[in-house]
Every structure is written in structure tokens, then in C-alpha cells.
Design a protein around this ligand. Structure first.
Ligand code: AR6
Length: 182
């Protein structure tokens, strides 16, 4: 895992970059790139449900879905992570609203995490798989939104892990975050 110190006025918040499977990470919370039903699917959603076990789906059934850009929280069950935050990214269409909804996913997930006292949270590259969001644009939105949240929550001390399942995502984040590398 590469550690990246956040610069600017929010010294206690940090970004880390990890190349691998988000379900194996040992952090307080992992974020799921879910769909509106919250009842499972392919990609990272399928991997998280498989690793967490059937009780995750049982709890998800009680949530009655989730709107695009919003976030809901459950337990982590068989995962190392105590919590899973489920957020629903936009299906890429090219409309201006795509970027807003993708930023909402990161912001709302971080706000919910803070409400639960979470200090370390791992994000997959939301919407960049099945939902077709161009990886470079999505990485830029993720990094910008996390930095905005750090600035707005300067003394909280959140560790954000950007989980990269492929080299394209990993290299994009590495370029975007190069100024923060120690
Ligand atoms: N760990 C980390 N990242 C992963 C993993 C993993 N185990 N598996 C895949 N990724 P996607 P979306 C990466 O398709 O585009 C589901 O069916 C993947 O390489 O999982 O938001 C849901 O139910 C990509 O970079 O999510 C929805 O219907 C990123 O995770 C739909 O897919 C997101 O890819 C959501 O599509």
C-alpha cells in the first residue's frame, strides 16, 4: 500500500492507494459500488456480498434500496471491515449530472462514515466498471471530492484508501496524487 500524505490545512486526513481486492482490506469500513436495489450484483458488489456472507443481503433487504448518489450503511459480517457503506454511482450517460452524482457518492459516504465514527474507509473506483464511467474523469472527481471533504473536515483524521483493482485505475490515481507522495 502506498501512503500519501494530504497536503494543505488538513494534515490529519490521509489518502492511501492500494492495488488489490477491497474485500481483503483491514479498515473500519469498505464502500460498495452498488445498484439502486442494494440486493447485490456483479463486480465489486458481488465480491463484497460473497466475502461478507448471506447476512449482508438480509440486512440490505431491510434498507429498501438507495437513490443514485446517496449512501446507506450496514454491518460487515464476515469481512474484516466492521461496516459496509453502499453507494450507487451514476450509469455514465455523458450528461453533466453524472459528475455531480459521482461526487455525491464520495461526499455522502464520507459524511455517513463520520456519523458512525469511522476513521478508515476504502473506496472502489465507483461507476468505472459495469456503469461505464470513463476512468480518468472518475478518478479526478474522486480525488477532488475527497480533498474538498478533507478541507471541510480538517481536524477529523480520516484515512481514505483508494482501492484499485486494475493497473489503469492505480496509475491514474498515482498521477493525480503524485504531489502528495512522501
Ligand atoms: N476490489 C476492488 N475493486 C473492484 C473489485 C474488488 N474486489 N472488483 C471490481 N472492482 P463495478 P460500477 C473495481 O462494475 O461500475 C454491479 O453489478 C472494478 O475494476 O463493480 O459502479 C452493481 O450491482 C471497477 O474499477 O461497479 C451495479 O449494478 C470498480 O470496481 C453495477 O455493478 C467499479 O466496477 C455498478 O457498476
Amino acid at each position: 500500500m502506498i501512503s500519501l500524505m494530504n497536503t494543505g490545512n488538513s494534515a490529519q486526513n490521509k489518502i492511501f492507494l492500494d492495488r488489490g481486492d477491497i474485500t481483503r482490506l483491514d479498515c473500519d469500513c469498505i464502500v460498495n459500488a452498488a445498484n439502486n436495489s442494494l440486493l447485490g450484483g456483479g463486480g465489486v458488489d458481488g465480491a463484497i456480498h460473497r466475502a461478507a456472507g448471506k447476512k449482508l443481503l438480509e440486512e440490505c433487504r431491510t434498507l429498501h434500496g438507495c437513490a443514485t448518489g446517496e449512501a446507506k450503511i450496514t454491518g460487515g459480517y464476515n469481512l474484516k471491515a466492521k461496516y459496509v457503506i453502499h453507494t450507487v454511482g451514476p450509469i455514465y450517460s455523458g450528461a453533466a449530472s453524472d459528475a455531480k452524482m459521482l461526487a455525491d457518492c464520495y461526499r455522502n459516504s464520507l459524511n455517513l462514515a463520520k456519523q458512525y465514527g469511522i476513521r478508515s474507509i476504502a473506496f472502489p473506483a465507483i461507476s468505472t466498471g459495469v456503469y461505464g464511467y470513463p476512468a480518468e474523469q472518475a478518478a479526478g472527481i474522486a480525488v477532488r471530492t475527497i480533498h474538498q471533504w478533507f478541507d471541510a473536515n480538517a481536524d477529523y483524521g480520516m484515512e481514505v484508501i483508494l482501492s484499485c483493482f486494475n493497473d489503469v485505475t492505480y496509475n491514474l490515481y498515482k498521477i493525480l496524487l503524485k504531489d502528495e507522495m512522501k
